[in-house]
Design a protein around this ligand. Structure first.
Ligand code: HEM
Length: 510
C-alpha cells in the first residue's frame, strides 16, 4: 500500500512539474503549441509516426507568420526561430551566444563521440581551425583521383547489374559509393563495398544510422540526464561500431608510421596533425594557440575520421539519389545535364578537377535537390550566453536548444514559389542572388557550418556526371509516388526506396 501511495505521489509530482514547465514559453510571451504530458510536442516523433524533419516542417507551416515558436521535448524547452533575420542573428551575427550544438559527448569514456560536430566551446574553435586546411580546395584536388576511382567502380557495377535487371534501387548503390569514397579518403582503406555489400565498413555505416528501440531509450537518458549517462558510461553509438572505428584508425596509423607509407587522403592529414600539430603547408599561426594547443591524440584523430564518415556518407548519397530521381522524371533536365557533361569532358579531355569545376548546370541540379530534400532538415544550436531577442523583452536563457527549420524554409512558397516543382534554374547565375539570406541552408550557415561541403559537392558531381555519361534513366513504376519519407532516422529517405530503370549508352567513354 505504501509503495502504491509513494508511486502515485511521485507520478503526480512529475505531472505537476511537467504541467508547470509547459507554461514557460507562454509566460515569456512566446507562441507555443499544445504540449501534452509527458512528450511535450514530440509524441509523433517518439512513437516514430513522423520523422523530426517532417514534424518541424509541420510546425513551421502551422505557425508561419510568427517570428519564433517555443517547443517542448518532454519537459525540456527549445526555441524554433522562423524569421530569417533572427536565424541570421543566431547563426552568424550573434554567434558568440550560440557557439555549440548541445550534443552529448564524453571525451573520457567514449572518445569517438568527441568529434568536430559535437565538441563544445573553445575546444571546438581550436579544432575547427586546425582541421579547416584539411578541407581546402587544394586538399580536395589532392584526393580527387581517389574519388574518381570510386566513381568508375560505381558505374562499372551499375553496368553489370543492369545486364541482369535494368531496374535498380539507387540509394543502396550510392551509399556503397560514398562509403567507399570516405573509406579511402578518411581511413585510407579500400573497403570495396561496391563489390561486397556486406563489407564490414558498409555494415557499420548501416548500424550507425539505424536506431533500435534500445538506441532510442539510450538517447532519451543521454538527453534528459547527461550526468547519469556519463556515470553509466553510455556511449552515443553501439559498442561494436565504436570499437570497429577505433581499431581501424589505430591500426592504419600504426601501419603507416611503421612502414613509412604516405597516401593522398584525409587520414594522412590527421597523422600530420597528430605528429606535428599542423598540416604541412599550413602557415604557422599563433592565433591557433588555444587552451588545447597540442597535437591530436590517436583518439582525437579517430574521432575526426569517424565524423568525416558519419557526416559525409549518408548525407551525400541521399543528395545524389534524389538528384537522379528528379532527373529520371524529367528528360529535359536530364538531357541538358548530359549535354553539359559531354561538352565539358570534351573540352577538358575527360573527368578531371578542372572539368568538374565547370559543371555549372549540374551544380544547380545539386543545389535544387538539396532545397527540395535537405539531407539535414533541421539543425541545432545551444544558447551559450543569455540572449535577448532583438526588439523584444524576451531573454533566451543559457543552455536552451535552438532548432533551425531548414526543410520548412526550403519549401516555403514565399521564398521559393511553387516549392514542389523541381527547377534547377532557381540557382542559375541570374536567379541565385535573388534568394533571400538565410532561407536556403542545406549546409547550415555561420562559423559552424558544414566543413565538408566542398567535398560533398565534388563527390556528388563525380557520381552524377559519370552516371549521366554512361546511362539514360527513367523512373521505375516500383518507386512509390508521391514519395513518402521514412518516419525513423535522422536523414530524409524515401519509403520503399528509389527505383530507376537504366539504359547504358553504348558509345560512352567515361
Ligand atoms: C550533401 C552532403 C552534406 C550535407 C547536406 C551536410 C550538411 C551539414 C549540416 C546542415 C551541418 C550543420 C551545419 C550548422 O550547424 O550550421 C553540417 C555540419 C558538419 N558537416 Fe556536413 N553535410 C554534408 C556532407 C558532409 C561531408 C562530406 C563531411 C565530411 C567530409 C561533412 C562534415 C561535417 C562536419 C564535420 C560538420 C560539423 C562542423 C562543425 O561543427 O564545425 N559534411 N553538415
Amino acid at each position: 500500500m505504501a509503495v502504491i501511495i509513494l508511486l502515485t505521489t511521485a507520478i503526480l509530482l512529475i505531472y505537476i512539474y511537467f504541467r508547470i514547465s509547459y507554461t514557460y514559453w507562454k509566460k515569456l510571451g512566446v507562441p507555443q503549441l499544445n504540449p501534452s504530458f509527458p512528450f511535450g510536442d514530440m509524441a509523433a516523433v517518439i512513437f516514430r509516426r513522423q520523422n523530426m524533419g517532417d514534424k518541424i516542417k509541420e510546425i513551421y507551416d502551422k505557425m508561419k507568420g510568427h517570428k519564433y515558436v517555443g517547443l517542448y521535448f518532454f519537459s525540456r524547452k527549445a526555441l524554433l526561430p522562423l524569421d530569417p533575420a533572427l536565424i541570421k542573428n543566431i547563426l552568424s551575427k550573434d554567434f558568440q551566444h550560440f557557439y555549440d550544438r548541445g550534443i552529448y559527448y564524453d571525451e573520457e569514456n567514449d572518445p569517438l563521440s568527441a568529434h568536430l560536430f559535437s565538441i563544445a566551446g573553445p575546444k571546438w574553435k581550436h579544432l575547427r581551425s586546425r582541421l579547416t586546411p584539411a578541407y581546402s580546395p587544394g586538399k580536395l584536388k589532392y584526393m580527387f583521383g581517389t574519388i574518381v576511382e570510386c566513381g568508375h567502380q560505381m558505374t562499372d557495377i551499375l553496368k553489370e547489374l543492369v545486364r541482369e535487371d535494368a531496374t535498380i534501387e539507387i540509394k543502396e548503390i550510392l551509399a556503397r559509393y560514398t562509403t567507399d569514397v570516405i573509406g579511402s579518403c578518411a581511413f585510407g582503406l579500400e573497403c570495396n563495398c561496391m563489390r561486397n555489400p556486406k563489407a564490414e565498413f558498409r555494415l557499420m555505416g548501416k548500424r550507425a544510422f539505424t536506431q533500435t528501440i534500445g538506441d532510442v531509450l539510450k538517447m532519451i537518458v543521454i538527453r534528459s540526464f547527461p550526468s547519469l549517462a556519463k556515470l553509466l558510461g553510455l556511449g552515443v553509438f553501439s559498442s561494436n561500431v565504436t570499437s570497429f572505428f577505433n581499431q581501424v584508425v589505430r591500426e592504419t596509423i600504426e601501419y603507416r608510421e611503421k612502414n613509412n607509407v604516405t597516401r593522398k587522403d584525409f587520414l594522412q592529414l590527421l597523422i600530420q596533425l597528430r605528429r606535428d600539430g599542423q598540416i604541412d603547408d599550413e602557415p604557422r599561426n599563433d592565433d591557433k594557440k588555444g587552451p588545447c594547443d597540442k597535437r591530436l591524440t590517436t583518439e582525437e584523430a579517430a574521432a575526426q575520421a569517424f565524423i568525416f564518415f558519419l557526416a559525409g556518407f549518408e548525407t551525400t548519397s541521399t543528395t545524389i539519389s534524389f538528384a537522379l530521381f528528379e532527373m529520371a522524371l524529367s528528360d529535359e533536365i536530364q538531357d541538358k545535364a548530359r549535354g553539359e557533361v559531354n561538352g565539358v569532358f570534351k573540352k577538358f579531355g575527360g573527368l578531371n578537377y578542372e572539368s568538374a569545376m565547370e559543371l555549372h548546370y549540374l551544380e544547380t541540379i545539386i543545389y535544387e535537390t538539396m532545397r527540395k530534400y535537405p539531407p539535414a532538415p533541421v539543425f541545432l544550436r545551444k544558447c551559450t550566453k543569455p540572449y535577448q531577442i532583438p526588439d523584444t523583452d524576451i531573454l533566451i536563457e543559457e543552455g536552451l536548444s535552438v532548432l533551425i527549420p531548414c526543410y520548412g524554409l526550403h519549401r516555403d512558397p514565399d521564398y521559393f514559389p511553387d516549392p514542389e516543382r523541381f527547377d534547377p534554374d532557381r540557382f542559375n547565375e541570374e536567379n541565385r542572388s535573388k534568394i533571400w539570406d538565410y532561407t536556403y541552408m542545406p549546409f547550415g550557415d555561420g562559423p559552424r557550418n558544414c566543413i565538408g561541403m566542398r567535398f560533398a559537392m565534388l563527390q556528388a558531381k563525380i557520381a552524377l556526371s559519370l552516371t549521366l555519361k554512361n546511362f539514360k534513366f527513367r523512373l521505375s513504376t516500383k518507386t512509390k509516388l508521391p514519395l513518402k519519407m521514412e518516419t525513423k532516422g535522422i536523414i530524409l529517405s524515401a519509403i520503399g526506396g528509389l527505383w530507376i530503370n537504366f539504359e547504358p549508352i553504348i558509345d560512352a567513354q567515361s
